[in-house]
Design a protein around this ligand. Structure first.
Ligand SMILES: *Cc1c(COP(=O)(O)O)cnc(C)c1O
Length: 403
């Protein structure tokens, strides 16, 4: 991949960073990208066809292998994450499962966190151990725990920062430095931060993964995932993706590219709204704790300043009260909001809230809920782009109703 545009500011990069500098004419003169719906592409000669079939990641061979719409979108995301290459998948979980299944085999060992996105946690504690991969989970707030858990057969360290739902941080530079010394690969799920707030590769992390369903897409209208890194390793993951069939649809790649044009603008507003809500809720007498890394009260605020530009769009709050009363108040608060919508996911234009305990109580034991950091009184808030005064008014009314 050519890097004729690395000096561009992010505001310009999202507008121009998808053009192939080596072959600008291929993308044509149409300002909007074409949606290449073809499942297959013809060649003029059998020699040309053989070349297409044998060139890894050829964008005009067979659509499961890639297509020009997808390639444009991947070029831009790779540049946003300071990586040579990116691979789009059908969902964040598609990117995570394809990456993990490409990087480890039976007999290998992974060090990961106790707090991971639920689907990732299930891959690490269910699917992979069943296939003979050993996994050790450590407290992400202690970077030395990753080092202490390493073994001679450790191949991969997986981190996710900030993590869901308590916005705990992992020290990217410390984990990357240790892993590099031992030849262990590192993969960071950067979904919550987005490349606007944090670029893990700047701290030495090898692979950066996103659920593009969230901030990168940004409109709650698509599902996609992406993994970024050096070209050689992304090609290795791509080889697995064509076996597993985790490829993205060309329509989705188009929609994602459209969403990416406004990523810096959207995330800047989400950062502002989340910080304002965090400060407002921290002062409210019904709230015991606000989890948000940009608040001075966050226990890892010093680490936040070293590795993040802003705190991101997600915060969580814990209501006062014991397990029973805190639970009831949190549930009433979430149900009383009128503007903020009650839904999972994050990163869209609309503010979303979830009462984590009532969502998970059917599938998680109280012990596992506690391990995942889900207090009964916790509500997660993913800030959207609304006027913050309207959001504050909505929350004030819901706080009064939850009383
Ligand atoms: C949503 C999410 C995922 C999974 O992504 P999907 O697009 O839903 O498959 C992975 N990691 C994090 C941090 C997420 O928020």
């Amino acid at each position: 991949m050519s890097h004729a545009t690395p000096q561009l500011d992010i505001l310009s990069l999202v507008i121009h960073g998808d053009v192939d500098d080596a072959h600008p004419a291929l993308d044509g003169t149409a300002l909007a990208p074409a949606i290449h719906t073809a499942s297959t592409y013809s060649a003029r000669t059998s020699g040309e066809f053989a070349a297409m079939a044998n060139e890894p990641r050829h964008p005009r061979y067979y659509a499961r292998y890639g297509n020009p719409t997808q390639a444009r979108c991947e070029r831009l995301i790779a540049r946003l994450e300071n990586a040579e290459s990116a691979l789009l998948c059908a969902s964040g979980m598609g990117a995570m499962s394809t990456s993990l299944l490409s990087l480890v085999k039976a007999g290998d060992h992974i060090v990961a966190q106790t707090a991971h996105y639920m689907g990732t946690a299930q891959l690490l504690t269910d699917l992979l151990p069943g296939m003979g991969v050993e996994v050790t989970l450590v407290d992400q707030r202690d970077a030395s725990a990753f080092c202490e858990a390493a073994r001679p057969n450790t191949r991969l360290m997986v981190v996710e920062t900030p993590s869901n739902p308590t916005l705990a941080l992992t020290g990217l530079a410390a984990v990357a430095r240790f892993a590099r010394e031992r030849g262990i690969l590192t993969l960071a799920d950067n979904t919550f931060a987005s490349p606007i707030n944090q670029r893990p590769r700047d701290f030495g992390i090898d692979l950066v993964l996103h659920s593009a369903t969230k901030y990168l897409g940004g409109h709650s209208d698509l599902m996609a995932g992406v993994v970024c890194g050096d070209a050689g390793i992304i090609e290795k993951i791509w080889k697995r993706s064509i076996m597993l069939g985790t490829n993205v649809s060309p329509f989705t790649a188009f929609l994602l590219l459209r969403g990416l044009r406004t990523l810096p603008l959207r995330v800047a507003r989400q950062n502002e709204n989340a910080l304002a809500l965090a400060r407002f809720l921290e002062e409210h007498p019904a709230i015991a704790r606000v989890h948000y890394p940009e608040l001075e009260s966050h226990p890892q605020h010093a680490l936040f300043k070293r590795q993040m530009r802003h705190g991101g769009g997600v915060l969580s709050v814990e209501f006062k009260g014991d397990a029973q009363t805190g639970y009831e108040t949190a549930k009433r608060f979430a149900a009383s909001l009128k503007l903020a919508r009650h839904a999972v996911s994050l990163g869209g234009v609309e503010t979303l809230v979830v009462h984590a305990a009532s969502m998970w109580e059917a599938s998680l034991s109280p012990e596992n809920m506690q391990k995942a950091g889900i207090s009964p009184a916790l509500v997660r808030i993913a800030a959207g782009l609304e006027n913050v005064d309207d959001l504050r008014a909505d929350m004030t009314a819901a706080l009064a109703a939850a009383g």
